[in-house]
Each structure stands twice: as structure tokens, then as C-alpha cells.
Design a protein around this ligand. Structure first.
Ligand code: PLP
Length: 362
């Protein structure tokens, strides 16, 4: 068996120890004689799994008691609709558009009300986080941001000052890669397939008072997307994605056992620093994001030509360095260095970049 250096943007590399544990429990989960995929979601063993998964996440992130943790089926994209359906009470929300994902969220939200773009970096091809307005209209139902724009590789270190307006954040591609002060937000959500588990599960962390009255658009909000119902039912309105919840639980324990989020952030920073340093000193490659806003998860870069980019990606695969092709929207390269990507993978990539540069003088 040989594992590749996997820089996939998602679904992405998971910790090897977690995968091994899952494999060991595949046929007989702790004496039950069945796999987690085969057991009832109402059974005692699964109840223990989901409760432990939530409790571990709460400890890891320091989630305050007045926030609910919801395990939603479906991708993060489903939340682009669920958020306005639940939270757009007065029909107006502000969107910070810092890339592809926040733009998609804003366009989806327009179906349900006035989704106003309050800041955007589209005019500079999303090479940075846009400048936030000094203050926001206090009539807005919420202000929406995407903390880490997976496609373009920019990441917010700070968040807009919103006064009393709830801040909503898509943290899919930086979920659990560093500490996050949940109390700063009305709602935080993440598709888990980058740093936490398999695709098909999205975790929504939402402040109690925002969902107390049910969805803003109660007349059209599918029961399935009703945050209050999901909260009341303990994420068991219907059959949840049991397998993904189980894997996430294991990943949460792995993070805890390896030092928690502060340690994870330090490791992630140390992991991507040499890549950015190399890009800054290179004559062939260049990073695509301004230094202050560079992601600690998705390192985006390119050569002077698409043909050379393609040659680089092809040569990488021959060395077992896979999934470094940039998103189809932007081309170039992208090395996603999520939690489970080991520093050795970055070493291998750097060594290949140096060889490639030496054989392609500019
Ligand atoms: N938000 C961000 C930041 C993402 O990176 C992605 C997917 O890569 C999504 C949302 C959409 O996630 P999904 O494919 O789970 O719907």
C-alpha cells in the first residue's frame, strides 16, 4: 500500500490514524457485530457516538452553552438557502463577497430577500479580503462572510464590526484549523469534507435566540432546513449521515489528542510558511493572494503560463503529489494544506517546485 501526498481541496486527506481506526471497526463496531453504517440511528451505540461527537466539538471550540450544534445532511451549499430561509426576518442581509463561495451564497440568498453586497474584492480578482465598511446598517438581519475562500486562497484574520447585527460565517475550509471565538458569531457553519470527515455533512453552530421563533420564511422553509426543528430533534428529524458523524467524532478526538486548536494552528502556520517563502523568492512561481490575506489552508499559485501550469501538475502526479491543480474557475495551482496533510507532503512539493524551477529557467 502506498499513500500519495494529497493536496485535495475537498474531499481531502484525513488523519491516517483515524482511517485505520475506522477500518478496524468496520465489521464490528465495539462488539455490536455490525459497522456504524449498518446500525440504527436511534440505537444506543449511535446515540453515544453523536453525543460524544458533539461534546468533543464543544470542548475543542469552546462553544458556549447558548449555541446549538446541528448535524445537517447535505453540503455547505444547502446552507446558502437555509441561512436566509431561517434568518432573513426583515428581508435584508449584508454579504461580504471575497470569492466564489460567498458570491454563490449571496446569489442564492437573493431568492429570499434583499442580499446586499456590502464589500467585495471582485475588482481585484479576489486576490484579497475586501475592506469592510466601518459600520453596517443595524436593520440588516445578518452580515455574511466566508472566512476562507477555498478557490482564491484568501483568508480573513479579522471580521467586520457589525454592532448588534449577527455575523454569519462559512468556515468550511478553515474549520478546526485554528481557534475561533464562536461567541463573536450568530451562526458558524462548515461542510466537513476538508478538515473533519467525509462529504455529505455540514455542521451548523447557531445561537439559540436566532432560531427560537422558527424560520423567518416559515411558509416556504422546508421542514428539513428548519433550524429550530433540527435543534429540537437533536439533528434526528430523519436519518442523519451516521457514518460522517462517526468519522468526525474520531477526527475531533484526534485534534484534541494532538494538542487542540492552538497547536493545530501553529502546525498549520509552520507548514505553509515555507511554501509562501518559496513563492516570494521564486522567479517562476508566484502566489496569487496579497501577503496579509494568504490562507493557511489553500495556497494558490501559478507560473507565467497555463501550459507550464499543466506541465507542473502532470509532473507532480508522477512524483505522487496529487490534486495540486487550481480550481477550474481560476486555473494555476492550489495546494490545500489542511490539518491532516503532513509537513512531509509540503517538503515533497517544495523539492519538486525547486527541481521544476531549475529545469525551467525564466
Ligand atoms: N463553502 C466553501 C468555503 C467551500 O470551500 C465549499 C466547497 O468546497 C462550499 C462552501 C460548498 O461545499 P459543498 O460542496 O459541501 O456544498
Amino acid at each position: 500500500m502506498s499513500r500519495v501526498y494529497n493536496f485535495s481541496a475537498g474531499p481531502a486527506a484525513l488523519p491516517e490514524t483515524v482511517l485505520r481506526e475506522c477500518a478496524a471497526e468496520m465489521l464490528d463496531y465495539r462488539g455490536t457485530g455490525m459497522s456504524v453504517m449498518e446500525m440504527s440511528h436511534r440505537s444506543a451505540p449511535f446515540k453515544k457516538i453523536i453525543d460524544d461527537t458533539e461534546a468533543t466539538l464543544r470542548r475543542l471550540m469552546g462553544i458556549p452553552d447558548n449555541y446549538r450544534v446541528l448535524f445537517f445532511m447535505g453540503g455547505a451549499t444547502l446552507q446558502f438557502a437555509a441561512i436566509p430561509l431561517n434568518l432573513m426576518r426583515n428581508g435584508r442581509a449584508g454579504y461580504v463577497v471575497s470569492g466564489n463561495w460567498s458570491q454563490k451564497a449571496q446569489r442564492e440568498a437573493k431568492k429570499y430577500g434583499d442580499a446586499v453586497v456590502i464589500a467585495s474584492s471582485e475588482d481585484t480578482s479576489f486576490d484579497r479580503v475586501p475592506t469592510f465598511p466601518a459600520s453596517v446598517d443595524q436593520d440588516l438581519d445578518y452580515v455574511y462572510v466566508c472566512q476562507n475562500e477555498t478557490v482564491f486562497g484568501n483568508m480573513m484574520r479579522e471580521f467586520p464590526q457589525t454592532g448588534g447585527v449577527p455575523l454569519v460565517a462559512d468556515v468550511s475550509s478553515c474549520f478546526l484549523s485554528a481557534p475561533l471565538d464562536v461567541s463573536r458569531f450568530g451562526l458558524v457553519y462548515a461542510g466537513v469534507q476538508k478538515n473533519a470527515g467525509p462529504a455529505g455533512l455540514t455542521i451548523v453552530i447557531v445561537r439559540d435566540d436566532l432560531i427560537a421563533d422558527g424560520p423567518a420564511h416559515a411558509d416556504i422553509c422546508p421542514t428539513y432546513l428548519d433550524y429550530r426543528v433540527e435543534a429540537d430533534k437533536g439533528s434526528m428529524l430523519n436519518t442523519p449521515n451516521c457514518w460522517a458523524i462517526y468519522v468526525c467524532g474520531k477526527v475531533f478526538h484526534w485534534i484534541e489528542d494532538t494538542g487542540g486548536l492552538q497547536a493545530m494552528e501553529e502546525r498549520n502556520r509552520a507548514k505553509v510558511r515555507p511554501l509562501y517563502d518559496y513563492l516570494d523568492g521564486s522567479s517562476l512561481f508566484h502566489g496569487t493572494v496579497v501577503p496579509a490575506d494568504r490562507s493557511i489552508a489553500n495556497v494558490t499559485f501559478r507560473t507565467p503560463s497555463p501550459e507550464l501550469d499543466a506541465e507542473f501538475v502532470e509532473g507532480a502526479a508522477e512524483r505522487g503529489i496529487v490534486n495540486v491543480k487550481g480550481h477550474r474557475l481560476v486555473g494555476g495551482m492550489r495546494a490545500s494544506c489542511y490539518n491532516a496533510v503532513p509537513p512531509e507532503a509540503v517538503d515533497a512539493l517544495l523539492s519538486y517546485m525547486a527541481d521544476f524551477e531549475a529545469s525551467h529557467p525564466v
